[in-house]
Design a protein around this ligand. Sequence first.
Ligand code: CP
Length: 312
Amino acid sequence: MSLIKTAEKKHIISLKDLSPNEMLEIIDRGIEYSDNRVELGHQLKGKILGIYFKKTSTRTRTAFSTAALRLGAQIIAYGPNDLQINTGETMEDTLQVLSKMLDGLVLRTAESPEILRAFANQKRMSIVNAMTEDEHPTQALADLTTIKQHFGELSGLEIIYLGEGNNTTTALALAIAKIPNMKIRFFTPPNYNIDPILLQYAKEEGIRRNTIIEEFHDLKNLPKESDIVYTTRWQTTGTSKLDANWREIFEPFAVTQELMNKFPNAVFMHDLPAHRGEEVEPGVIDGVKSIVFQQAENKAHSAKAVLEWCIG
Ligand code: CP
């Protein structure tokens, strides 16, 4: 009698779970896809993926759907109102059932990654976190793919981020913490900071690799140089803020041409969607230093690398 051991499935639930080498493998493969150096069509042949977005998405949903189709998989797309979660079935039961039928599930939910993590030890279905309340891991993977493609390397680069501390910033901090000799300084409005526990985790990881991760609320701490200026929409996924005066608090953190002039060698990045005239001036996002649409396109190439790594 022979015993068949079922391999553990790989997941992307939080960047905390990836080793530096695993993360770099995905980034480098994303660059190969982006540079058209990979023949498509066979990597996920015969696989069936669920694409479930409980929240709005243009880029991430399309990136993972097209990536799966281009790599040879078939997909089942669920919109926010399609599953029985809407009528009260639990996420746990939903994942249990879907895992009996799908090879992988890419999902965007309002919950924390912990509910996904509780399900990660099953051996049937890979889970890809396409954004939860506190982390957007596949955004950071696509961002580092774009940065490495643009600069040729990651080590040695300096980034400043201006804007809200949100799930994209948390993922960026967790990703950069795995790269040696980088610096990222987050400038966030008071009370709109990055999750302090995850930031502390990233800082400590970074220190082990001579990488500096800092958060400030005072723009007087802006450095003299930076390779990248990054921002995100002030109302992440369109959510409103409780503080009636929030715009006044956010205004100094807008990326203006005046700010970009302080960093003449810096490129501009934004995870999109953008609000021109709010977090960024039109002349910056549509200017020659902006790489935001290369960054957006790379979400699809990075998604191919993520799916191949998890399921291929
Ligand atoms: N950046 C990003 O996640 O875009 P979508 O919300 O459109 O997927």
